[in-house]
Write a protein that binds this ligand. Sequence first.
Ligand code: ADP
Ligand code: ZN
Length: 210
Amino acid sequence: MKLILLGAPGAGKGTQATKIAERYGIVHISTGDIFRANIKNGTEIGLLAKSYTDSGKLVPDEVTVAIVKDRLTWDDCKNGYLLDGFPRNLYQAEALDTFANIDGVVNINIDPNLLMDRLCGRRVCRECGESYHVSTLNGVTTCARCGGELYQRKDDNPETVGERLAVYNEQTAPLIDYYGKKGLILNFTGSEAPADVLFGEIVKVLDKLQ
Ligand code: ADP
Ligand code: ZN
């Protein structure tokens, strides 16, 4: 199964992506994770990407598309994959069409008023990537799942979040229509439901798609 995960920053894509990939035995490909790993390791791509990710702007399309195009040729993609954070604009979507055949687009809708607080209060596990919110951590600084250290992403600050949300609204949201016209959009509501309830809804639909 070849899937795309769409949704605003803070919609809970990462959490759902991990669960979906595990359940269907497909590989989770997050362009944001790829950029963060490159920045951490000081690679050429990392050096280039840093100023964009720090300010919430999109890394140039040629770079991003080339990374994904190459990634999809790896052996682990044979069973399928879930793209998380890609494509993020029309150019990337059209490029993807030239080298991939997508089966479905999981679109997580969420009340936009929740996003700023969700993102600015988010803490992420350095080891397994699990997300938490400060309001429920009660001062705990380690991951309940794996014991890893929790940290705040550099781009989870009010100014950068504002830019990320603007970029989403202007450039990424039009993809809902793009994939809608192709009959590929699968809509879900992520606002109030706990992550495992939302996952249950997604599974019901994806099981039929398999
Ligand atoms: P979120 O969805 O929470 O904003 P991501 O982890 O998906 O965060 O992305 C973090 C940053 O990485 C983005 O703000 C952007 O700078 C860069 N990035 C990720 N995916 C793409 C992409 N497909 N095209 C361009 N830039 C990207
Ligand atoms: Zn963890």
